[in-house]
Design a protein around this ligand. Structure first.
Ligand code: NAD
Ligand code: WQD
Length: 343
């Protein structure tokens, strides 16, 4: 699946986390050398073992905060870093409403600190984890990279918009900086060998991890947030994309930056939407058992339906998603069983 490219020494912030760990495994498989900087605030070192298991190679882990300039200096002083993949950040929308300053500090302040360190050490390539949350979800579908920006009602979404703006300004002031902004839609699933996956602490915020916990008997039923949307079955529709496809997208985006430089934005999604009930049905098939659910009120701030146009990533990166919804839920369920054995 992965192709060998010229090896690059890379810093991956947040590389112990959900999307970062899958990407680090892909980068190592592709011959790159990886140093992870992660404060382990939303992950554990066990993901390093998973990375080693699937890639047969070891990343170097530095436990630290991206806002710590001296820590960044100690890592980058080693020289020779060909780029940074920047995943580190806080991502819970509801929490960002309760603690906006914390979100701006880590997501925006952390990115600024990282950019400053990259400048000090002449590291000139950055792949940034952005989100579909930057779009106006009332815009015409599917969402293209040029679609209008929205006004997210939370600090999380605004922090992603701010970092995108900062990156645009930085490249404007210094064209030697090459930046890929990757806008993920709804990342789900886990590594097919069930060695890596998402390990939410507390109650999951997102649909698929929640369903997985219901399937495992940890929670009694799924609350389906709204059954009266203007969609075919009345439930919300999203563009779910397998985390393995996302990981491959990062490797290709890095290759692109190495070849072309510049500032680029790419949607990474499946290019189609599934309803909550379609995801539930797919999970029932994977699990071989019914998932109890109750339709409740809409979750404040939720859009009815949105999905990506992934044509730009297909044309420019030669990236097309390869995993189906069935794969996403099957792998999520296999991973949930691994998590259950760990407790
Ligand atoms: P995650 O929480 O699993 O990974 C983030 C990692 O960053 C964690 O390992 C955490 O310990 C680390 N981290 C947090 N604050 C840090 C700090 N101050 N210093 C160093 N490390 C820190 O999240 P994820 O789902 O893998 O998301 C990765 C990135 O992708 C985030 O920037 C997120 O906003 C973005 N994103 C995620 C989704 C999604 O639904 N998962 C969607 C769109 C965009
Ligand atoms: C998916 C669908 C819910 C949970 C969030 C962030 C977004 C991005 C991805 C980071 C919706 C419904 C959910 C539940 C439900 N993250 N649902 N019952 O809200 O599309 O996107 O994660 O950038 O910024 O907002 O994802 O998984 O929470 O919801 O019915 O218990 O499932 O209403 O239709 P969302 P989600």
């Amino acid at each position: 699946m992965d192709n060998k490219v010229n090896a690059v020494k890379l810093l991956v912030t947040g590389g112990a986390g959900y999307i970062g760990s899958h990407t680090v495994a892909s980068l190592l498989t592709n011959g790159h050398d990886v140093t992870i900087l992660d404060d382990l605030s939303n992950s554990t070192a066990s993901s390093i073992r998973g990375i080693e298991q699937v890639s047969g190679r070891s990343p170097h882990l530095v436990v630290g905060d991206i806002r710590d300039g001296e820590c960044l200096d100690r890592i980058l002083r080693g020289g020779d870093f060909g780029g940074v993949l920047h995943f580190a950040g806080l991502k819970a929308v509801g929490e960002s409403v309760r603690h906006p300053a914390r979100y701006y500090s880590v997501n925006v302040g952390g990115s600024i600190e990282l950019l400053a360190a990259m400048r000090r050490h002449n590291v000139r390539r950055l792949v940034f984890s952005s989100s579909a949350t930057v779009y106006d979800t009332e815009a015409e579908m599917p969402l293209q990279e040029s679609s209008p920006s929205g006004h997210p009602g939370h600090a999380y979404g605004r922090s992603k918009q701010m970092v995108e703006q900062i990156l645009t300004d930085e490249v404007g002031s210094d064209p030697s900086l090459a930046v890929a902004v990757l806008r993920y839609f709804n990342p789900v699933g886990a590594h097919p060998e069930a060695a890596l996956g998402e390990a939410p602490t507390g109650t999951p915020n997102n649909l698929v991890p929640y369903i997985a916990q219901v399937a495992a008997g940890i929670r009694p039923y799924l609350e389906v947030y709204g059954g009266d949307y203007p969609t075919p079955d009345g439930t919300g529709m999203r563009d779910y994309v397998h985390v393995m496809d996302l990981a491959r997208g990062h490797v290709l985006a890095l290759d692109f930056l190495c070849a072309h430089g510049g500032l680029h934005k790419w949607n990474l999604g499946a290019g189609r939407a599934y309803s909550v009930l379609e995801v539930v049905k797919a999970f029932e098939l994977a699990r071989g058992q019914q998932i109890p659910y109750r339709i409740t009120g809409r979750r404040p701030g939720d859009a009815a339906s949105y999905w990506a146009d992934v044509g730009k990533a297909a044309r420019e990166l030669r990236w097309t998603p390869q995993y189906t919804l069935e794969d996403m839920v099957r792998h999520a369920w296999a991973w949930q069983q691994v998590l259950a054995r760990r407790v």
